[in-house]
Design a protein around this ligand. Structure first.
Ligand SMILES: [Zn+2]
Length: 258
């Protein structure tokens, strides 16, 4: 996420306004060129021996375990994702038939594999139900796994897609040395690639308790501890699909309505 609050969604909204995330994204092309599995996608055995050495989680054990659980929850039966001494690793399940994975699962595997097993170290600070971080703070590389967990497993704004967004964003900042806006674009791209609906274009609007709030530019909106953010997704033809309402109170996600 951008900033300390909901700037992430505001940036996405703006991006949709200026057509940044159309079906053909130059950033996505760059991403794909960096995925090592373009070349070994037909050799699932290649994954078995991979040992993670490029993603570190820092925080209380319970929060780290919760984070790893979300990384792996859509890949169960195919890959085991675990953590030891802060390092995240992803190992193929022996005998698993990778050809039965969905496109979204394959994308999730590729995104995580690029970060966990690729070059460079990404470090994430994991907190739980923090009163200073809503979902994620891009500037301090801090993720609130309590908030993210509340997003659940269904729909296009899920705990998995949101965590992948934050992780990809920090990888692009820390390892690829991109600026915040471009790193965020990769985060959105990662999120879209694992959305169950397969929608390639996303937009967002923010509505607070006191009414509709438009976002005229990329200036971060103020910290609003109590309110509602509505995240609508659009399909490739521009038609809206069911929005997700995320409710906040006391700087934490309290409820998600789909
Ligand atoms: Zn972001």
């Amino acid at each position: 996420m951008h900033g300390v609050n909901l700037y992430d969604y505001s940036a996405r909204y703006m991006d949709s306004q200026i057509g940044r995330f159309t079906s053909v994204d130059p950033l996505a092309e760059k991403y794909y060129s960096w995925s090592p599995y373009v070349y070994v996608a037909n050799n699932p055995l290649k994954y078995v021996d991979l040992k993670g050495d490029s993603l570190t989680l820092v925080g209380e054990n319970a929060h780290l375990e919760a984070t790893v659980g979300i990384y792996g929850q859509n890949l169960q039966g195919y890959y085991d994702i675990s953590i030891q001494n802060g390092l995240v690793s992803m190992v193929a399940v022996a005998g698993a038939d990778m050809s039965t994975m969905t496109a979204q699962q394959t994308n999730q595997r590729d995104i995580l594999d690029n970060i966990i097993n690729g070059a460079g170290m990404t470090t994430l600070n994991i907190v739980g139900n923090s009163t200073s971080v809503i979902i994620g703070d891009v500037n301090t590389a801090t993720i609130d796994i309590g908030d993210i967990s509340k997003l659940g497993t269904g729909g296009d704004v899920s705990s998995t897609s949101t965590l992948l967004h934050e992780t990809e964003e920090q990888y692009r900042l820390q390892v690829r040395n991109l600026n915040t806006n471009r790193a965020h674009a990769f985060g959105v791209n990662a999120e879209n690639r694992i959305n169950p609906s397969g929608n390639e274009t996303s937009g967002a609007e923010i509505i607070w308790e006191n009414g509709y709030k438009t976002l005229p530019d990329r200036t971060p909106v103020g910290f609003t501890p109590n309110g509602t953010i509505i995240v609508p997704f659009m399909n490739s033809t521009g038609a809206r699909v069911t929005p997700t309402h995320i409710l906040f109170r006391n700087k934490n996600v309290t409820n998600v309505i789909r």
